[in-house]
Design a protein around this ligand. Structure first.
Ligand code: SF4
Length: 407
């Protein structure tokens, strides 16, 4: 989401005639912030401290992103060097203000072509209507606002014309998407976007186990463009913990969704998020999570140790009762388990022919990209960015596949 927001600001600034510069030469610094964890929020404050040396009366510092929803105007009281606090998405009025403030800023408009890479992020929902007890997002990003379908399609069309070959639809919970103009939900949107001429791949993230519609899985399975990849955070494999997290589903529902997805797309790539050590997580509850990971065999598991986030319901009302040493033990246990699962699963790719959308070149100059199931792959041989190539996998690690061009 933050990358998409940064791209959106950058595109608007370039279109208004601004150019990218190193910090030393720049006149404006914009901090796009994340506060999902305390550590990321602290990083914003330390960056602002660093910028004290850089700031002059002629230079502008703007802050946008989630910290605006959390701190608002208080930020300027605390850091008077901040000239503008820009709510997420309200970039046009910010840029108009900049232009009024600095007439030097109007340069020659740069062509936007080339700005878009092979992959282009398009935000379809801002905010979240869920209230997971551990999460600060609804407070800082607000309730859901859905981008009208015609605007999403216009942005995708423009990005494809600029060279994008893959669109990634983004939202905190994309499954909740509903076109305010009445043209349907997420499945309808995906159907419309995948038809756009010139588009080779379509991804979306993040899904929510409570809201994912069977129809969306059917659209994915029937399409040659939509990637076979699902980011479906489970957070815990224990029903009591899920209830305390206010996730809105039980594990049997989650397991049934995965079964349905695999029945339609046996090779679907599955990623999830898990929090260990949530308040009230007993050893038995933890073992339930462990069992769920063993049974489902995800391709990727993003693991986090619970830490109370000030401003959330859990931080205010639920004692952080799992000792840190125990959280760490559980985290390491799941890390080891997942490493073993991922190694076993990854080896299954060896010898298979897969299709890679080439995104660029890695540090060794080799073309790389992703397969439809989301795994990164390196291509041995020549391949241009933006093209689809078939490779036969000769090496597979948890991080990436590698293969030669298939005959
Ligand atoms: S669905 Fe995701 S973004 Fe929304 S409150 Fe829950 S964890 Fe946060």
């Amino acid at each position: 989401m933050n990358t998409a927001d940064s791209e959106s600001i950058a595109r608007k600034l370039l279109a208004a005639g601004y150019v990218e510069e190193s910090l030393e030469r720049a006149d404006i610094a914009i901090l796009n912030t994340c506060v999902v964890r305390q550590a990321s929020e602290e990083r914003v404050y330390s960056k602002l401290h660093e910028l004290r040396q850089w700031k002059t009366a002629e230079r502008t510092i703007a802050v946008t992103g989630c910290i605006v929803g959390k701190e608002g105007e208080r930020l300027q009281a605390r850091f008077p060097l901040v000239d503008a606090v820009v709510p997420i998405g309200e970039y046009d009025s910010f840029i108009a203000g900049l232009q009024a403030r600095h007439d030097w800023s109007q340069g020659e408009a740069l062509p936007q072509a080339g700005r878009t890479g092979v992959s282009h992020f398009v935000r379809i929902i801002q905010g979240c209507d869920h209230n997971c007890t551990f999460c600060i997002v609804p407070r800082v990003r607000g309730r859901e606002r859905h981008v009208p379908m015609h605007e999403v399609l216009a942005e995708c069309t423009e990005a494809i014309a600029d060279g994008a070959r893959e669109i990634v639809l983004l939202g905190q919970n994309v499954d909740d998407y509903t076109d305010p103009g009445g043209r349907g939900g997420m499945a309808a949107l995906v159907r419309e976007v995948e038809r756009l001429p010139g588009l080779k791949r379509l991804r979306f993230m993040t899904s929510h186990p409570q809201d994912l519609e069977p129809e969306l899985l059917e659209v994915m399975a029937a399409s040659n463009v939509v990637c076979r990849e699902l980011q479906l955070p489970v957070q815990s494999g224990d029903d009591l913990v899920l209830r305390r997290m206010a996730r809105g589903y039980q594990t049997r529902h989650y397991r049934a969704t995965i079964e349905r997805a695999r029945a339609l797309m046996p090779d679907i790539g599955l990623a999830t998020d898990v929090i260990v050590g949530f308040p009230g997580e007993t050893d038995e509850a933890f073992q339930n999570t462990r069992r769920l990971l063993e049974d489902i065999e995800f391709d990727v598991v993003h693991l986090a140790m619970y830490s109370p986030r000030p401003g959330t319901y859990a931080a205010a009302k639920m004692p952080d009762d799992v000792p840190d040493s125990e959280k760490l033990r559980r985290l390491n246990d799941l890390l080891a388990l997942q490493r073993e699962i991922a190694t076993r699963k990854t080896a299954r790719w060896i010898g298979r022919e897969v299709e890679v959308l080439v995104e660029g070149r890695d540090e060794l100059g080799r073309p790389y990209g992703r397969i439809r199931q989301g795994k990164r792959a390196v291509v041995l041989g020549h391949a241009e960015p933006g093209t689809l190539v078939d490779i036969r996998v000769i090496q597979a690690t948890a991080g990436q596949l590698m293969g030669a061009r298939a005959a």
